[in-house]
Design a protein around this ligand. Structure first.
Ligand SMILES: Cc1ncc(COP(=O)(O)O)c(C=O)c1O
Length: 414
């Protein structure tokens, strides 16, 4: 088929059709069909956007109701869903006296966090981490480690000037407090913020240690820098707590980040992002300093409010929080020689594959597709599962069995 879009995505040559309603009715689905009638087990889920699964009737109903009531409104106006969502997020985010900016995508709320940090501190350097991924718009890619995403737009400090336009991002090593302290000291008085993913996603699913987050908080306090948590992939309930930060650190406001932002799962599949910051910081964002035509529009906000409500009603964070341990149990009973590690937190799961070269797992996306399963491969080594939160042992067993069968066909397997 001729795809009339820009060729920005590696084609999978698969046309999706519709969700397959689950047998127990009334809840979201983990299975979808393609145009050829195959029934596909979806561990990709729009890359982590479907905490309720596909086509949850409660979510569809909330979106429909809101469409019939009020579809769009400028950000200068209040709407009931936008206010309800902002209140929910203030309540659920471990930042005391929080205030919310509503956007449409992950990278957009990452941009909001960058602008807030620079504006509130008057400083010009943001520390990002090796292997980090924060999005694809210009400010967000500055924080993304891999130069493939940054060239020729954005350089980091000390990279050749002639290849890039300049935004001041300095890079430190994830998990290594000394490397962060060295950068803070080197650019003393210039570092506006340290931004991190509490679980690095695109890098291959690496959760931060509690001691690392605690140490970052102390270092930021000492050097007058803000601490920002990109929870676009790991937040909104995926780890079993509403934020991965709380899962790792608890809810103590004394060690909370200053800024924390969400997207992906927040809207249940509907595009929305949100950035939460302490009021004293948010107050720097005066009228006109930032905005978005669609940000927090009534339909997306209603979708997010309904997603949060359904997550509570179906106790989905509890099931999300149990997924990794359930899978580890299954993997221990049925080990595969090519699996090097099963890691993550809750339903943010990475399965690292053993093998020669830099990208031993790269063919797995295609092999799994042949087995009617969708999953992404991160950084060439790690299969990533971002299942709906209610997925439990039965589906995890099925997914593990399909993965093991795909691994048998992976080059290098005996
Ligand atoms: C941690 C993190 N930050 C930012 C983004 C960018 O989000 P979006 O694609 O919605 O712009 C992603 C997307 O994968 C992400 O995982």
């Amino acid at each position: 088929m001729q795809d009339p879009r820009w060729p920005t995505y590696t084609p999978r040559n698969m046309m999706l059709e519709a969700a397959v309603p689950p047998d127990d009715g009334g809840r979201g689905s983990v299975y979808i069909t393609d145009a050829e009638g195959n029934v596909i087990l979806d561990a990709m889920c729009g890359i982590g956007c479907l905490p309720l699964g596909h086509a949850h009737p409660g979510l569809a109903d909330a979106v429909h109701q809101q469409m019939m009531r009020l579809t769009a409104a400028a950000g200068t106006l209040w709407t009931e869903p936008q206010q309800a969502l902002a209140r929910e997020l203030v309540e659920r985010t471990p930042i005391p006296d929080g205030r919310v900016f509503l956007g449409n995508t992950g990278t957009e709320v990452n941009e909001a966090a960058i602008k807030l940090a620079l504006r509130a501190t008057g400083r010009d350097v943001i520390i990002g981490f090796e292997r980090a991924f924060h999005g694809r718009t210009l400010g967000s890619i500055a924080l993304t480690a891999n130069p493939k995403y940054r060239e020729p737009y954005v350089s980091c400090l000390e990279e050749p000037e002639d290849r890039f336009a300049r935004i001041n991002v300095a890079r430190a090593t994830y998990g290594d407090l000394d490397s962060v302290e060295a950068v803070l000291s080197r650019y003393e008085g210039r570092v506006a913020a340290v931004f991190l993913e509490p679980i690095q996603g695109e890098a291959g699913i690496y959760p931060a240690e509690r001691s690392f987050l605690e140490g970052l908080r102390q270092l930021c306090n000492r050097h007058g820098a803000l601490l920002g948590a990109d929870e676009i992939q790991c937040g909104a309930g995926r780890t079993g707590h509403f934020t991965a930060w709380s899962r790792i650190m608890g809810d103590d406001p004394a060690v909370a980040p200053d800024i924390l932002w969400y997207a992906k799962a927040l809207g249940g599949g509907f595009p929305i992002g949100a950035c939460v910051a302490r009021k004293s910081l948010a107050d720097h964002m005066t009228p006109g300093s930032h905005g978005s035509t669609f940000g927090g529009n009534p339909v997306a906000s209603a979708a997010a409010v309904a997603t949060l409500r359904i997550m509570d009603e179906e106790d989905l964070m509890t099931s999300a929080g149990a997924q990794l341990e359930t899978l580890r149990g299954i993997a221990a009973q049925n080990p595969h020689a090519r699996v090097k590690d099963v890691r993550g937190l809750g339903s943010m799961i990475g399965i690292e594959i053993e093998g020669e070269g830099q990208t031993p797992a790269a063919p797995l996306g295609g092999i799994l597709k042949g087995k009617n399963m969708l999953a992404t491969v991160c950084s060439g080594r790690t299969v990533r599962w971002l299942f709906p939160y209610r997925v439990g042992e039965t589906i995890l067993r099925e997914a593990w069995s399909r993965l093991c069968s795909a691994l048998d066909e992976l080059p290098g397997s005996v």
